[in-house]
Design a protein around this ligand. Structure first.
Ligand code: SAH
Length: 253
């Protein structure tokens, strides 16, 4: 099944959100990662201009968001639901990591609709809400401060969903210009450069052929790391030739 189809099967459920701004931020977070199905359970204030402002280009998700007054209704028809909570609950599902659990969620998405369930900004999810889910996730944080902003938590999970859907290799947006590529320098071209360098260094007195030390191997090591392109070798040799003209040694090598 195509990654885009799997992502379209993920509902993001916000339980009792208090701040319309966070609903907008969640919509934006979802759309950047290719998710689109936003569900709101008893939002304090929605629709709201603050939600639209924070959603920017994702207002279409707000327009299509379905509002219900129970989590059960938002999860109707789902084959897998994951609770997002900063802490382990009594009898709640064992806490997993975002990465492992999103891999499971995407597997389940091939069988039907699935959901990520987020809690209220001050209270989090209730135990009853957590117990309606089959898995739970805590985003690993600094032990000193574990509570992310709701929109930020949605972003982290949607990103992991996208990575899981594309098996860790989500492509970047298609490039409008083709990236610069150039033919690599060949062995003989690079040897030509080394010979030229050696001649100029000798002519200018930088290299004493009687006592060369490790200068030449070190330069080979430096250029060896550079994946030299043909053009680059030509530029360097042009500089060397210009140097030779000024110093009156003419071109050698
Ligand atoms: N004070 C609340 C946290 C509210 S943050 C509490 O202690 O539970 C709003 C929602 O964002 C949470 O209900 C949860 O769904 C999500 N969230 C925030 N930080 C999280 C974290 N570290 N791991 C998992 N979910 C988190």
């Amino acid at each position: 099944m195509k990654p885009e189809v799997l992502l379209s099967r993920i509902r993001v459920v916000l339980c009792r959100p208090s701040h319309p701004g966070n609903i907008g931020a969640a919509a934006r977070a979802m759309k950047t990662m290719g998710l689109s199905d936003l569900r709101l359970v008893s939002p304090k204030q929605f629709p709201d201009p603050e939600a639209d402002t924070r959603a920017t280009g994702a207002v279409d998700l707000l327009a299509n968001a379905r509002v219900s007054d129970s989590l059960a209704e938002a999860l109707h028809g789902c084959v897998f639901a994951v609770a997002l909570s900063a802490r382990q609950r009594d009898l709640g599902p064992a806490i997993g990591t975002p990465r492992d659990t999103m891999a499971r969620l995407l597997e389940r998405a091939s069988l039907g609709e699935v959901a990520l369930v987020f809690g209220n900004e001050t209270m989090g999810l209730s135990n009853e809400e957590v117990l309606q889910c089959q898995a739970a996730v805590t985003i690993p944080t600094s032990p000193d401060f574990s509570s992310l902003n709701l929109g930020a938590a949605v972003q982290v999970l949607c990103y992991e969903c996208r990575m899981a859907a594309f098996s860790g290799a989500a492509p970047l947006r298609e490039q409008l210009t083709t990236p610069f590529t150039a033919p690599p320098a060949t062995h003989d071209e690079i040897e030509g450069l080394y010979g030229h360098l050696e001649a100029v260094m000798t002519d200018t007195g930088f290299l004493n052929p009687a006592q060369p030390g490790r200068l030449l191997p070190k330069l080979r090591r430096l250029f060896g790391r550079a994946d030299l392109e043909r053009d680059e070798v030509n530029i360097l040799r042009g500089i060397l030739a210009a140097t030779q003209q000024r110093t009156g040694h003419g071109r050698k090598g």
